[in-house]
Design a binder for this molecule. Structure first.
Ligand code: FES
Ligand SMILES: [Fe+2]
Length: 374
């Protein structure tokens, strides 16, 4: 067992009422990162974004999951499909970023694949007697859609997403998250460990202070509810006042009742899909480590169907995006400062507030995964 896993074992053995933040080694050790890649990212479902962002045949997105380059695309039959993003010739990567392609053409020698991954053609290969086009296809990778989210997994034995996240549907089924529309998607790199950003999302304890310049005043610590988490996710809720109209249920929404009309859910789906779900809009982060000190971020969001159909929809989108950008600048400042602090010889984990219950559950989840391979 490596040192960081041992330190985490001691940390998570304490009950919540006396718990402390995770030890610095868990964020700064390369050995621990390797355990995370092998036992978390290579095993669990990982979010590749929203299905409605890939609506037409040939729409694709690319990602790297535990060092495996992956393409997710909408194929000719309208199905979402994930496959290896590595050419079967001399193993170059194929596509980059997001876009639309009629076929997948390798940028090295132009071996060309159909949208189902089969090899369509390869120039100047007729003289190799062993070469047979039918022998070549890009290997499939598991891909499932749930509530409008695309998930991929390198693990053939991972239980279906819908099974693992059944209780999320029980919690927020009335928000109808699957019908929300994505209006923006961006990628970012921040200089912090991926878990620092995940944990920042899991607690709203920091809102009044870190976000004093934006949303801090909208949410009160006494209106935050942080129940114990479940095996595959944790969550907490906050109530918003009417300063930000789009955080409330649209007048045409007749499904949500009472306080739920102003209730925001902060869902942390392990390992790293972090969703802020309000009755009017949603935004999310998909995180993947890029070394111990950097996190690769997919950042997207959009509106509930009631707001998409509102005559002021464009105005709502623009207001939301400006707000989220400002909030992100504040979170970036806070999480990069935490990483800097964690790397100091004086870093010592302090006790957690009752508003950091999800962080405690996240630590238990992380330990449960890495210990299996330690
Ligand atoms: S490596 Fe892809 S065509 Fe040669
Ligand atoms: Fe924040």
């Amino acid at each position: 067992m490596n040192k960081a896993v041992r330190e985490l074992a001691a940390n998570v053995a304490v009950r919540f009422e006396e718990a402390r933040a995770m030890p610095p080694s868990v964020y700064t050790s390369d050995e621990f990162l390797k355990s995370e890649l092998d036992h978390i990212f290579a095993q669990d479902w990982f979010c590749a974004g929203r299905a409605d962002a890939l609506s037409k045949a040939g729409d694709y997105t690319t990602l790297e999951l535990a060092n495996q380059p992956i393409i997710v695309l909408r194929d000719g039959s309208g199905d979402l499909r994930a496959m290896s993003n590595v050419c079967r010739h001399r193993m170059s990567t194929l596509l980059e970023g997001r876009g639309n392609a009629k076929s997948i053409v390798c940028p090295y020698h132009a071996w060309t694949y159909n949208l189902d991954g089969s090899l369509r053609g390869a120039p100047a290969m007729t003289q190799n007697e062993g070469f047979c086009k039918g022998d070549y296809a890009l290997p499939d990778i598991r891909c499932e859609e749930w509530q409008g989210w695309i998930f991929v997994s390198l693990n053939p034995d991972a239980p279906a997403v819908a099974t693992q996240l059944k209780s999320v549907e029980d919690l927020v089924g009335d928000y109808n998250m699957g019908a929300y529309t994505e209006t923006f998607y961006e990628t970012h790199l921040w200089d912090t460990n991926w878990k620092v950003l995940a944990e920042n999302f899991m607690e709203s304890y920091h809102l009044p202070v870190c976000h004093a310049g934006t949303i801090g005043g909208l949410s009160k610590l006494e209106e935050m509810i942080c129940p114990p988490g479940e095996a595959a996710f944790n969550y907490h809720t906050i109530l918003k006042d009417d300063t930000l109209k789009i955080a409330l249920a649209h007048p045409s929404n007749t499904t949500l009742e009472g306080d739920r009309r102003r209730m925001t859910y902060l869902l942390a789906i392990y390992p790293s899909l972090l969703i802020t779900l309000t009755p009017g809009y949603f935004w999310y982060l998909c995180l993947h480590p890029n070394g111990v000190g950097q996190v690769q971020i997919g950042f997207g969001g959009g509106m509930s169907p009631d707001y998409v159909n509102d005559p002021d929809a464009q105005k709502h989108f623009a207001a939301l995006k400006t707000l989220l950008d400002d909030v992100n600048i504040e979170d970036r400042g806070c999480t990069e400062k935490v990483y800097k602090g964690l790397c100091s010889g004086h870093a010592e984990p302090g006790h957690l507030s009752h508003l950091e219950r999800p962080n405690y559950d996240f630590a238990q989840y992380i330990y449960g995964k890495v210990r299996s391979g330690a």
